[in-house]
Structure formats: C-alpha cells, structure tokens
Design a protein around this ligand. Structure first.
Ligand SMILES: Cc1cc2nc3c(=O)[nH]c(=O)nc-3n(C[C@H](O)[C@H](O)[C@H](O)COP(=O)(O)O)c2cc1C
Length: 168
C-alpha cells in the first residue's frame, strides 16, 4: 500500500475477528515501530507483546476500554525506558512517532489497531501485571487484530483551524 493511501485510510479499529496474528507479522510491525526517528537516535521505546488471555484480562481491568483489550488477539504494550531518556519531551515525541509507525504498518498489512491511552491512569498496576521494572514507563497499549467490520471515517478539523500562520 502506498504510504499516502496508508495515512489517509488508517482508522482506529476496536472490533476484531477471532483470528490470530502470525508471529512473523508481529515482528514486521515491531520492526517498523523501531524504525521511528528519535533524538540522538536513543530509541527509548520498549515493547511487551501479549497474546495470553489471562494477562489480557488483567490488563483489561485497568481501563474503561477493557473489552477492546479482551477481544484483541494481540496487544502490544509500549513503554518509555527512562534509563535511556535524555530529554523527556523529545523522548515522548519519539515514542509517539514509534506508535504511529506501528499503526501504519499494521494497517498496511490489513491489520486493525487502536492506540489506547486511557489505561495510563493505572501505569503502575500495568507494570506489576507484566512484571516490568519501575523505570520502564507505560506509554500506551495498542490492541491489534484483523478488523471485524469496516470502520467509519473520523472527522478532521478544517485546515484553516490548524494553520495558525503562513508566511510567504
Ligand atoms: C494518545 C491517544 C490516546 C488514545 N486513547 C484511546 C483510548 O483510551 N480508547 C480508545 O478507544 N481510543 C483511544 N485513542 C484513539 C482515538 O480515539 C482516535 O485516534 C481518534 O478518535 C481519531 O480516530 P482515528 O484513529 O480513527 O482516526 C487514543 C489515541 C491517542 C493518539
């Protein structure tokens, strides 16, 4: 899929088929995520891949959007490694770029995904469930699976609201 088409047609997918995602496909998605740019090329992102139903159920209890996690065949949990951080703002932006790469790669492979952030209210609990050290900070859970249905497009603000200055 052409990159522009991929960007334009990506949508958050919250309902998935009961169909596994092959390990090789997950590796490809993670491979694209780690290609994201980062300040000083410090690559501060870390990932946990969760297919285990018991673990997904425990994660699901930590967010209002738990049903999405329960029904997704795979969740990729994305962290910021605070031991690798050199500038928190820049490192957070790098992790955002990494997550967008992940979403776009998944979409290009026909896999639906949604970036779940509401779960961040229970960061510490998520680390406990996954047995992850305190300096590895939760950034998002991305739920992934083959889309169960076609997703409606979401609106975007008009460009005139977004460009605050255009100096020619
Ligand atoms: C930082 C962030 C946090 C988000 N958290 C959630 C969430 O907790 N639950 C959810 O259903 N969607 C979540 N989303 C997805 C947004 O709702 C979605 O991207 C937005 O409505 C635009 O829709 P689209 O992705 O289909 O274009 C989040 C997206 C971002 C970038």
């Amino acid at each position: 899929m052409d990159i522009l088409e991929c960007i334009k047609t990506r949508r958050s997918v919250r309902e998935f088929l009961d169909k596994d995602i092959a390990e090789g496909t997950i590796d490809e998605i993670l491979g694209s995520a780690r290609r994201a740019p980062s300040g000083l090329n410090n690559q501060p992102w870390r990932f946990a891949v969760v297919k285990n139903a018991d673990v997904k159920n425990s994660l699901a209890e930590q967010t209002h959007y738990g049903d999405i996690i329960k029904n997704a065949p795979v969740c990729i949990v994305v962290f910021l490694d605070n031991t690798a951080v050199y500038d928190r703002t820049k490192d957070l932006m790098a992790v955002g770029a990494c997550i967008e790469n992940l979403l776009l790669c998944a979409h290009s492979l026909g896999i639906g995904a949604v970036w779940l952030g509401e779960i961040l209210k229970n960061k510490e609990e998520v680390n406990k469930i996954l047995g992850v050290a305190d300096d590895i900070e939760l950034m998002a859970v991305v739920a992934l699976g083959y889309p169960a249905s076609k997703v409606k497009g979401t609106e975007r603000k008009p460009m005139s609201d977004l460009i605050i200055k255009r100096l020619r």
